[in-house]
Ligand binder design. Structure first.
Ligand code: NAG
Ligand code: NAG
Ligand code: NAG
Ligand code: NAG
Ligand code: NAG
Ligand code: NAG
Length: 243
């Protein structure tokens, strides 16, 4: 009986063909230039295997692309959620942004998060320009864009400030890719047997203290070096130690 109820409760979670965004939710605030975290419940295997993520704004009737966040994500692989990217500098800072997810070439069946706030790096934001949708629904909205997308003057301004606010598009796309690679790499690392060798504890562990940017490649390199070192030590030990 108990098992029966558990199965009933779990059924919608397990049997999801659909890819289901779970965060950000209403009231969430992210600062431009900082981590923006997106979460979802993965689809079943073979479901949403080629997911594109877009940052959007606009009304429900007229959603507008702000910028592309990621594409080609395997939305059936649970290890990709939560997904981090760097929120761009936008105009205005307001609770008018949301994510749209599509799978492969199928643009007819998108799914969305609710609207959330992208605030300035100091946390400032303004209320949405419109308090209700064109059809009257009391869902505030507004039109946003990347800071600098509107005209040449503001573009120049954003270039001047981008060294401090890290808000331009190439950086954010690159950083979302980087986060993804970092994530993939770290799962790879966990699966690498070299890490779980007992003798690894005799080797000092510098990767922890490396700057995040290069941690992955250096850690890989170090893994290789320490594997060689460990193999060498074992070889030497096998001569002198009858164990
Ligand atoms: C953002 O996430 C990265 C890993 O993806 C982490 O190294 C970094 O410390 C985070 N930054 C902040 C401000 O939380
Ligand atoms: C994503 O960013 C959040 C907030 O900065 C951080 O706590 C988390 O560790 C990051 N996750 C990954 C996978 O980088
Ligand atoms: C993945 O989706 C993109 C559109 O977002 C499409 O151009 C690409 O061909 C798809 N890849 C595969 C392997 O179907
Ligand atoms: C998606 O479209 C691209 C061309 O736009 C095509 O090469 C690709 O095979 C398509 N993918 C699927 C799964 O139909
Ligand atoms: C550029 O945009 C700013 C505000 O976004 C506006 O004040 C300015 O007049 C615009 N300049 C031109 C040339 O359109
Ligand atoms: C974005 O940032 C990168 C790296 O700092 C820089 O090379 C590029 O010129 C910037 N692009 C714009 C449009 O500001």
């Amino acid at each position: 009986m108990f098992t029966f109820f558990v199965l009933i409760l779990l059924a919608p979670l397990v049997a999801g063909d659909e890819f289901t965004p779970t965060a950000p939710g209403p009231g969430d605030v992210f600062k431009a230039g900082e981590n923006c975290t997106i979460s979802w419940m993965p689809s079943s295997p073979g479901g949403w295997t080629n997911v594109s993520v877009s940052l959007m704004s606009g009304s429900n009737d007229d959603m507008k692309l702000v910028t592309t966040v990621a594409h080609g994500l395997d939305g059936s692989n649970p290890s990709f959620s939560p997904f981090n990217w760097t929120c761009p500098e936008v105009e205005p800072y307001s609770a008018i942004y949301f994510y749209q997810f599509t799978n492969g070439n199928d643009t007819t069946d998108p799914t969305w998060t609710t609207r959330f706030t992208i605030a300035s790096s100091s946390g400032a934001s303004e209320p949405p320009e419109h308090s209700s949708q064109p059809n009257g629904d009391a869902i505030p909205w507004g039109a946003g864009s990347l800071r600098g997308d509107r005209n040449d003057t503001s573009n120049t301004m954003s270039k001047e400030t981008s060294s401090t606010d890290q808000g331009n598009q190439s950086q954010t796309v690159a950083s979302s890719r980087m986060d993804k690679q970092r994530k993939t790499a770290s799962t790879d690392r966990q699966a690498t047997p070299t890490v779980s060798l007992p003798s690894a504890s005799t080797v000092s562990s510098p990767p922890v203290f490396l700057p995040a940017e290069n941690a992955v490649s250096k850690a890989h390199h170090l893994n290789r070096v320490s594997l060689l070192f460990i193999t060498f030590c074992m070889y030497i030990l096998s001569y002198y130690c009858p164990l």
